[in-house]
Design a protein around this ligand. Structure first.
Ligand SMILES: Nc1nc2c(c(=O)[nH]1)N[C@H]1C(S)=C(S)[C@@H](COP(=O)(O)O)O[C@H]1N2
Ligand SMILES: [Mo]
Length: 352
């Protein structure tokens, strides 16, 4: 997101900041008392605590803290990430080709937005801060309007749903863009696995909340962590909506959202949450992180649209990052170039 969002003065919900500080403090106290994660379970501090929060995990975390700084942006692919199925066959049928070359792999993995890790400031070099993040094994919790609640293991999902590669444009609301070959599976396949009831009209997604492994959580305590996003059911079922477990023919580097993240190519990048731990099917429209923070600047739908300026900058053009972070200015396309696939979902989208 833009630098302005980093000023702690533009938005600082007192209650959130306080809760967070109290929570972090309590963790500190619990650790000192030797109560570890057993005590944490009673704090109810968010969905993320259910992931990797088994008793005994603390010793692993303590060991992980001494992890050396990664040597480069691809050194952050977790050593225990499943590798079966990579590189996956590229699928091109059914959606618009990107119409421009792939971004350089190092650029796509060294110019990132992942606020759970970042330092203070408008810094995109997130990868050096991911040393302590240890995603695998990973479970996605499924609940809400489903036949029965589930816990899905990511390695199992990869094995049973299969992998394919799709080259998509990625457009950040900050007016820069990439072209990325994602590896993963259609979100629709995952939704079908979840067996939603006929009451399900939306899906809420929540990202991991691991303060011991994600330094950005403590660096930016004024944000309402953990990160949360949502889609309408018809959006989630569109063939373009994709769950990425890898990119450039290998598992995802940590800074790109390991072990799995969404790629919703017709929407601004923040509609694709990284490191997802929870999918909840709902009747009512769930809230979304940036939309809650600044509704005038980040709409709930957030479709890429050159005709709808951000209040503080134009969205008519974007800086396409090919092989360095300077980038060439190119026109932004309606629905990021995917109007043919998704235009019918949005009769109210401004077209000029
Ligand atoms: N959990 C989480 N997901 C996130 C973000 C984040 O800060 N936290 N940033 C979003 C934004 S603003 C963008 S542009 C994309 C960036 O994805 P990339 O770094 O893999 O290019 O991730 C999105 N998903
Ligand atoms: Mo973004």
């Amino acid at each position: 997101m833009a630098n302005v969002l980093l000023r702690p003065d533009w938005y600082l919900p007192e209650s959130t900041a306080t809760d967070r500080a109290v929570y972090l403090n309590r963790r500190q106290i619990l650790r000192t008392l030797g109560l570890g994660t057993l005590g944490l379970a009673t704090l109810g501090a968010g969905c993320g605590t259910s992931n990797g929060g088994a008793p005994g995990a603390d010793s692993t975390r303590a060991a992980a803290r001494s992890n050396p700084r990664p040597s480069g942006p691809l050194d952050t692919i977790p050593a225990d990430a499943p590798r079966e199925g990579y590189p996956a066959p590229r699928v091109t049928e059914g959606f618009a080709p990107p119409g421009r070359p792939l971004s350089d792999r190092l650029t796509a993995s060294s110019y990132n937005n992942f606020y759970e890790f970042k330092n203070q400031g408008d810094l995109k070099d997130v990868w050096p801060l991911t040393a302590d993040y240890d995603p695998f094994p990973w479970t996605v919790e499924v609940r809400g309007e489903v036949e029965r609640p589930l816990r899905l293991d990511v390695a199992d999902l990869i094995r049973t749903l299969g992998l394919e590669e799709r080259v998509y444009r990625l457009r950040c609301v900050e007016a820069w863009s990439l072209t990325v070959p994602w590896t993963g599976f259609p979100l629709r396949k995952l939704v079908e696995r979840c067996r939603p009831t006929s009451n399900a009209r939306f899906i809420r997604f929540v990202s991991a909340d691991r303060p011991e492994q994600m330094p950005g959580l403590a660096n930016s305590p004024w944000y309402p962590w953990p990160y949360y996003e949502a889609l309408r059911m018809d959006e989630a079922m569109n063939d373009l909506a994709f769950v990425a477990t890898g990119m450039y023919g290998e598992p995802l580097p940590k800074q790109n959202g390991s072990p799995l993240r969404l790629a919703i190519p017709w929407k601004y990048g923040y509609k694709g949450p990284k490191a997802v731990v929870l999918m909840e099917f709902t009747r009512d429209r769930p809230p979304a992180f940036w939309n809650d923070l600044q509704p005038d600047e980040y709409s709930w739908l957030s479709n890429v649209n050159p005709h709808v300026p951000h209040p503080r900058w134009s969205q008519a053009t974007e800086r396409f990052l090919l092989s360095d972070t300077e980038g060439e200015r190119v026109p932004t396309l309606l629905f990021n170039g995917y109007a043919e696939q998704v235009g019918a979902l949005y009769p109210d989208e401004p077209l000029g």
